[in-house]
Design a protein around this ligand. Structure first.
Ligand SMILES: Cc1cc2nc3c(=O)[nH]c(=O)nc-3n(C[C@H](O)[C@H](O)[C@H](O)COP(=O)(O)O)c2cc1C
Length: 155
């Protein structure tokens, strides 16, 4: 079984979560960082997993472009969709915005947690997170239960 796992990350956590997920998936897994690499044609894979993180309500544009360009092919595949983001009260809304229909309904969706990395955030990001999230130190919260669940569902 061949799996394509494409993801986009700004401060690194989504890449880390994608790597841990890849270790749990059976068969041959190809990971592609959409920010740095060109995505291969998903037609040649049995399973496709797409992940991103949310900034000011939006997933990375590379994730949106990949989904838009490959919607028809992705609807023929076993599809995993995951987000890394901190605002759980907005999770469903953000999932729907990141993974629009019909892919939202077709895919298995999970939230894999979030991290704030103050070393990697820029000045403005640090200020926003201190003010809005009331967090002033780096933190990492990987949802291992959801990660196992997603890996299990993708078989
Ligand atoms: C400036 C900034 C804005 C953010 N905006 C949102 C948001 O709108 N909704 C949300 O759920 N999480 C938000 N987050 C939390 C990120 O989604 C979370 O930190 C995520 O793990 C980042 O993943 P990455 O390290 O792969 O980029 C924000 C974080 C930062 C630093």
């Amino acid at each position: 079984m061949k799996t394509l796992l494409v993801y986009a990350s700004k401060n690194g956590f989504t890449g880390k979560a994608a790597g841990l997920l890849a270790q749990k998936l059976a068969g041959d897994v190809q990971m592609v960082d959409l920010v740095r690499e060109k995505a291969p044609d998903p037609a040649g894979y049995d399973t496709v997993v797409v992940g991103g993180s949310v900034y000011m309500g939006k997933v990375q544009p590379q994730v949106s472009a990949f989904l838009q360009q490959n919607t028809d092919v992705l609807l023929q595949k076993k599809l995993g969709l995951f987000l890394c983001c901190a605002r759980l009260e907005q999770l469903e809304e953000q999932m729907k915005a990141a993974f629009p229909e019909p892919l939202y309904s077709h895919g298995v969706r999970e939230h894999l947690g979030h991290a704030y990395d103050f070393q990697r955030m820029n000045f403005f990001e640090r200020a926003i997170i201190r003010k809005l999230a009331k967090v002033s130190e780096s933190e990492e919260c990987l949802n291992t239960g959801n990660l196992e669940q997603l890996a299990g569902a993708l078989g």
